[in-house]
Design a protein around this ligand. Structure first.
Ligand SMILES: [Mg+2]
Length: 272
């Protein structure tokens, strides 16, 4: 049995590539799907680099891509906030490329409170919302500023909630660590998560593909994010075994993916 599919959303890390190498089947599989007229879109939870950088990487690996073929958690958050909260003043725990992305959506980013001592209780007047992202420059000033703002009732948003980011040789703390710290010390919980597995990132992806969820497919390596959000969005799902999940884990889910594939190369023969 094959399934009618018009648009396909691909996770990147562990699905299309790993590190700086394309995974087996991904270059040819994606080319074949496109040749048959399928729309393709790439999503990543990483808020560290602009969409142009991911498109450039895909091109280097042999997969033609434009920046508009990629959505990141930073892009999704900026896109969403520009529609629902364009008037707010945002304090960002994140790196410079995220601030640029958010400014690109017309959002107002508050500067660090350099005129105040970060060892004191900071006056955070003028901060309406705190955005937490993967930030490898996190320091006490940022933590204290976000803490004071959240105690004062600022909105609490995040690009992504990954606990750790896989790296050659292991992993390093990601945004989930900072979110957990702020939740713990303020008693607050996130008001909004833009990245996987939130519904927002899939809404943006489906709007970009321009096809109904029932004729769209989510392809990814993580069961708890990629497969969960694809299923919750009403999409077909395909788990690839090139990254985080094993076949045993995928088959053991209460709602297993539509397909469990060794890699993307197996996909074209399964869909109409
Ligand atoms: Mg992945």
């Amino acid at each position: 049995m094959s399934y009618p599919v018009d648009g396909i959303v691909f996770d990147l890390d562990g699905t299309v590539y790993l590190g700086n190498a394309a995974l087996p089947g991904s270059v040819d599989g994606i080319a074949e799907l496109r040749r048959r007229g399928k729309k393709t879109l790439f999503v990543t939870n990483k808020p560290l680099e602009p969409r142009e950088a991911y498109a450039a990487k895909l091109i280097r690996l042999g997969i033609p891509a434009e920046p508009d073929d990629v959505i990141t958690s930073a892009y999704v958050l900026g896109h969403h906030l520009a529609r629902v909260h364009p008037e707010l003043r945002y304090y960002v725990i994140g790196e410079e490329s995220l601030r640029q992305e958010l400014r690109g959506h017309g959002l107002t980013i508050v500067d660090e409170l350099w005129d105040q001592d970060e060892k004191e209780v900071l006056d955070v007047t003028g901060i309406d919302a705190v955005i937490v992202a993967f930030d490898r420059t996190l320091d006490y000033r940022k933590l204290n500023t976000a803490y004071q703002a959240l105690l004062q009732g600022a909105y609490f948003f995040a690009t992504n909630a990954d606990k750790a980011c896989p790296m050659p040789g292991g992993s390093i703390p990601d945004a989930g660590a900072t979110i957990a710290a702020l939740e713990q010390i303020t008693g607050r919980t996130l008001d909004l998560l833009a990245g996987k597995p939130s519904a927002i990132i899939m809404e943006v992806a489906l709007a970009r593909l321009g096809c109904p969820a029932a004729r769209a497919m989510m392809v990814g390596d993580r069961l708890e994010t990629d497969m969960l959000m694809g299923r919750q969005a009403g999409m077909l799902t395909a788990a690839v075994l090139t990254g985080a999940a094993t076949r045993t884990e995928a088959e053991a889910l209460a709602h297993p993916p539509t397909f469990i594939l060794d890699n993307i190369g197996a996909l074209p023969s399964l869909i109409d």
